[in-house]
Design a protein around this ligand. Structure first.
Ligand code: UDP
Length: 259
């Protein structure tokens, strides 16, 4: 696991994952610190487990390997943080990718940032870029790319993405390809990705573009963001969340029993 020499946050073991016990300000300063340092060997990257990722992680070996190589593992899901407290392995707070990105951009007033948006449907990343540059003038979106369906299996397409990023020399790549595609892609290409840091951020590009709406704050606080997402995309997400609602409590129970 690649970690910053200056900041080495503690991890807790939860559901087989090693999750960094950091709050939002510490996560922001860690990523900003990477963005100021010269790139060392591979692009450092951040993964953000929520309930669905946690369930996938149990049986997906490639995802487990991608997590092992991540420099920062942040608890995105409120139920993951609640479970950590129940299991007396208390994580300080939820650090969702969709909150981390604006918090990092907020700091660009003092530390200008060059960012590249990878993912979302055609046109969406460009709309997000316009919103970002207007809201946070310290952020320059140096490139956007919406790879075609199935790109991850096409070596020429992967090379094209890596070349586009190399041409733009961003500090930060926001990878919004959905899980586990984004984690597997970044883990496979981190050595060649010419950026200082990358964040796996799911639908954050859609949220920034106004393409999808996040749940109201009160739902986020109560750990109900998934209910809002399921209601807004029932045909895609209902089966997934029903499976998660069945499996996740069993994982908590197993961890509680220590087996
Ligand atoms: N996405 C993409 N390319 C793909 C698959 C997904 O750009 O091959 C984008 C999709 O357009 C959306 C995001 O990935 O912007 C999916 O985010 P979400 O958090 O909904 O993913 P999940 O992990 O929940 O499926």
């Amino acid at each position: 696991m690649t970690t910053s020499k200056k900041i080495m946050p503690d991890t807790i073991d939860l559901f087989g994952m090693k999750i960094h016990a950091v709050d939002m300000p510490a996560a922001v300063s860690t990523v900003l610190e990477w963005c100021q340092e010269p790139r060392q060997g591979a692009c450092r990257y951040v993964v953000t487990p929520n309930v669905d990722h946690t369930v996938m992680y149990q049986s997906n070996v490639a995802l487990q390997q991608a997590y092992d190589k991540a420099s920062l593992v942040l608890a995105d899901g409120a139920p993951v943080v609640m479970a950590s407290r129940l299991l007396r392995k208390s994580l300080p707070e939820r650090v969702a990718g969709s909150d981390l990105v604006p918090a990092i951009f907020e700091a660009s007033a003092e530390q200008p940032l060059r960012a590249f948006l990878l993912g979302a449907a055609p046109g969406v990343a460009d709309r997000a870029a316009a919103v970002i540059e207007q809201r946070w003038p310290g952020v320059e979106i140096v490139g956007t790319l919406s790879p075609p369906l199935g790109f991850e299996h096409d070596e020429r397409e992967n090379e094209r993405i890596l070349q586009s990023v190399a041409d733009c020399q961003p500090d930060l790549v926001l990878v919004g390809l959905g899980a586990p595609k984004q984690e597997l892609w970044i883990s496979r290409h981190a050595e060649k990705l010419e950026a200082k840091a990358a964040l796996c951020i799911g639908a954050t590009i859609d949220f920034l573009a106004g393409e999808k709406n996040r749940s109201p704050r009160w739902m986020q606080r109560l750990g109900l963001e998934w209910v809002h997402r399921m209601a807004s995309e029932p045909s895609r997400l209902a089966k997934r969340y029903l499976r998660d609602a069945w499996v996740f409590p069993q994982l908590v129970w197993r961890e509680w029993r220590g087996c």
